[in-house]
Design a binder for this molecule. Structure first.
Ligand code: ZN
Length: 346
């Protein structure tokens, strides 16, 4: 019997500042080179929250199904798919499709692809029972990685992994992670896995305790202590600082001061405003300020490997069933979630 369509539920983003609406729809038959996934777990990202709350421009496709940290089982494969079969466990990220031939793609920066198709913005995403994907852009989940951990590899681990990769992190480097939220706590573990000495900076003791438990050598509460003075005192300056604070650009200027000679300040959270940096110190100490946006499929595959090796245990809060999506978003909005909310489908 040929199945032409699958009936299932999706949580639709219809208008800003309103809860997502769960509706039944027909999911399409996968076309050439495509696969239809049965969603098993999906991470709930701040970007989606900002989109729902109207802080980000609405997606080009409206109404849409958001959700771009997806782990699922291959349900059906389209023509021409050679390396996947029904039942395979895979992840799908924000990178729904990249062209593979623009100047960014060919040099390994596919996250900057000129023709990027974004999951949840240009096509339906993972807050649904099924999602359509390109076989080329899903990656197999290694054995032993539970469903609820896998979505982290598609964003919350891949993002700090890529930031450390472009900053050239190596064994013995002092890495300061400024902002110990979901991404920051993964960053601590990735840096530790690379053999770096990790310093976590935050204003919440609960997050700093978690950072310590996950391998941070030092923790600094920036309310109580001057983080710059403390980092210089403890280490003589950081080789790399991952700046994740999304709200206050002054912490970026502070971080610059805490770098040693040749140190790299990596911008990952993007607060509004402008940075003001001392040019002479910048030049004489040969400091580098770089931005790191997202990740490539390479970073996702390495993140999956770290999960399989148990070197990163993402900090997550599990919600059950698609119906819990609005609750997960609400809790995230109110700052009630420890780490990343993950909706587990069954
Ligand atoms: Zn491209």
């Amino acid at each position: 019997m040929v199945i032409y369509m699958v009936r299932g539920k999706g949580a639709f983003f219809v208008e800003p500042k309103k809860p997502l609406q769960i509706k039944e729809i027909d999911f399409p038959e996968p076309g050439y080179g495509e696969v239809l996934l049965k969603v098993k777990a999906v991470g709930v990202c701040h970007t989606d929250l900002a989109t729902i709350d109207g802080e980000f421009p609405p997606p080009p496709l409206m109404p849409t199904i958001l959700g771009h940290e997806i782990a699922g089982e291959v349900f059906k494969i389209g023509e021409g798919v050679k390396d996947l079969k029904p039942g395979d466990r895979v992840v799908l990220s924000w990178l729904w499709h990249t062209c593979g031939k623009c100047k960014y793609c060919v040099r390994g920066d596919e996250h900057l692809c000129e023709y990027l198709i974004e999951t949840g913005r240009h096509v339906y995403g993972g807050y649904a029972e099924y999602v359509l994907a390109k076989a080329s852009h899903v990656l197999k989940i290694p054995e032993g990685v539970p469903w609820e951990y896998a979505p982290a590899a598609t964003d919350a681990i891949a993002t700090p992994f890529k930031a450390l990769r472009i900053a050239g992190a190596k064994e013995g480097d002092v890495v300061a992670v400024w902002g110990a939220g979901a991404l920051g706590l993964n960053a601590v573990q990735v840096a530790k896995a690379k053999g770096c000495d990790v310093i976590a900076v935050d204003v919440a003791d609960s997050k700093l305790e978690k950072a310590k438990e996950l391998g941070a050598k030092y923790t600094i509460n920036a309310w109580r202590e001057d983080p710059v003075k403390k980092i210089l005192e403890l280490t003589g300056g950081a080789d790399i600082i991952l700046q994740l604070v999304p709200t206050d650009v002054r912490t970026y200027e502070q971080a610059f001061e805490a770098l040693r000679k040749g140190g790299r300040l990596v911008l990952i959270g993007y607060p509004p405003g402008k940075m003001c940096l001392p040019v002479i110190e910048w030049g004489l100490a040969e400091k580098k300020v770089i931005a790191s946006l997202a990740f490539t499929r390479y970073d996702i595959s390495e993140s999956l490997r770290l999960l399989a090796q148990g070197k990163v245990k993402p900090v997550i809060t599990v919600y059950r069933g698609l119906e819990s999506i609005n609750k997960a978003l609400d809790d995230l909005r109110q700052g009630k979630v420890l780490g990343r909310p993950v909706v587990l489908m069954d």
